[in-house]
Structures are given as structure tokens and as C-alpha cells.
Design a protein around this ligand. Sequence first.
Ligand SMILES: [Zn+2]
Ligand SMILES: [Zn+2]
Length: 299
Amino acid sequence: MVVVCPLVFVAWQASQGLPLGTLTLGIYVAVAGLLIACEYGLAFDDRWGSTVRGNLTDFLYVGAATATEKATFLLCATLAAGLGRVLGGQLGISLWPSGWNFGVQVVAALLIADVGTYFRHRLFHKVPALWRFHQIHHSMTGLYWIRSAYTHPLEQFAIMLATMFPIALLGAGNAVILVVAFSYGLSGLLQHANVDARSSVLNCIFATPEVHRFHHGANELGNRSNYSAFFVFMDMLFGTYCRPERHEAPHQVGLEGVKAFPGDFLTHLALPFQHDPAGIQLDETWVQSQAELSGAKNP
Ligand SMILES: [Zn+2]
Ligand SMILES: [Zn+2]
């Protein structure tokens, strides 16, 4: 209801060529109000906190993410779209099915964007230099909706690029790109909400709060499952899908084996570029168990 109804309404508005700015802002405010009420009365875990008790870092991340999204949109709407036009002209074909129904174009764009964001996310877990950025998002020991923006600005740029660049390159119009960016933004808010939402069969279609919560689990499962950002089909296709109904929900979120992590925005900005960042404290018992584990593997 929170994602699909606004998505359909905004897509209809865009298909009529009407402006989206005020409408999308109004929907964000309405959804924010609903999630604030739910975090108050239907919290998944009271210890995680809520948006109304958010700190300065949370709000600075929202400002940075908003600016990054707008800059990336401009880049994609000009550079990627221009490149796509040149490519299409060279090949003599139209790469985007502009004649299709607008709603179908949006679904196609969401599916394509999901491919880009899925591989982007896996890459940020796999490559140590990129994990230095992504660990900031996983350092949260409590989830609430405003923290969907809790991501280093350079990683945020990579996320938005993975979402918008492929569809802009293929020739999707600005209206389609804006609807996709709006849907991802809304889905992100919901995924990180501290709300005890039970999504049942929808967990097999969308990356719901239950699905994404597993990805934040401070355990081995958290680090290797549910990378999807909107639909869960890519996780299913590549064997990384963890269906919530079949596993116990992770009540502890954060980085496995990490006792303390810096919490301020400015420290986070520099953190990925430091070899041995100050302020990260590992759990000694965990370090020892990892050493024993690697000793058993390589005697
Ligand atoms: Zn992740
Ligand atoms: Zn997340």
C-alpha cells in the first residue's frame, strides 16, 4: 500500500505529462507521517529507536542524499541519455520501447534498475575498497525510516547511478526515470522503518522491511543475503534470497564482531580513505574465534 499505490498514482500523473515535484513531496510527507506513527505504536524493536529520536548525523545524511540524487538525475538525463541517442543512432534502432504503455515502461525500468542496483550492492560487499564505504550503512545498530539515507555520499552516488544510468542510456524518458527514482526512495524508507510489518507473500515480490532487515543482521546471513532494492527477483535468480518466514528475524543489526563504530557524519566522510580508521573497536572474542576458524581451515 505504501509503495505500490503512490507508484501507480505518480506514474499516472507522469503519463499525463503533469509535474511531479509537489505530488512526490506530498507523498513523501504523508508516508513519513504514517511511518512515524507506526514506529511509535508498532515498533519492531524498541531498542532501535525511531526517526523522531534521530540524531544530527541522520539528518545530514538526508541532506547529502537529496543533493546527490538531484545531481545524478541531471547527469543521467543529459550525459547518459545523450550517449544512448548516439548509440541508438549508430545502430539505427530505438533502444527503449517508448511506444509501450507508460505503466509497462515503468515496470520494465524498475526491473532493469534492479539488475544494476543488485550487482552494485554485491560489489560493495565483495571488494574490500568498496566495503569501506558500505560498512557505514551496515554500522547502524538500530534501523528507522530516515536512516535509509545513511550511506556515504560517494556510495549514494554509485547507488543512484546504478539505478538511473542504464535506463537513461537505453532511452527511457525523464518521466520514467523520475518515477523509478521516486519508487526506490519510497521503498528505501519503508525497508528501514522500525515497524513490525508482516508482509507474507509480498516478501516474495518486494524487498520489504522484513526482507531487508535480514540484510542488516549482525551475522553471517546478513552479509550474504537479500541485496535487492525493489523487487527480490535478482536475489532469487542468484541464490541470495532469504525468505523471512523461514528464518528467525535478526534482532541484532550492525557489523558482526564490531563493538564500537564512529557515529558522526564528518568522520564517516573520511573513513573509507583511511587504512586503519580510529574509533572502530572489534570484539576480542569474535576476533579470536575468527583466528581459530581460519587456523582450522589452514592448519
Ligand atoms: Zn549491504
Ligand atoms: Zn539498508
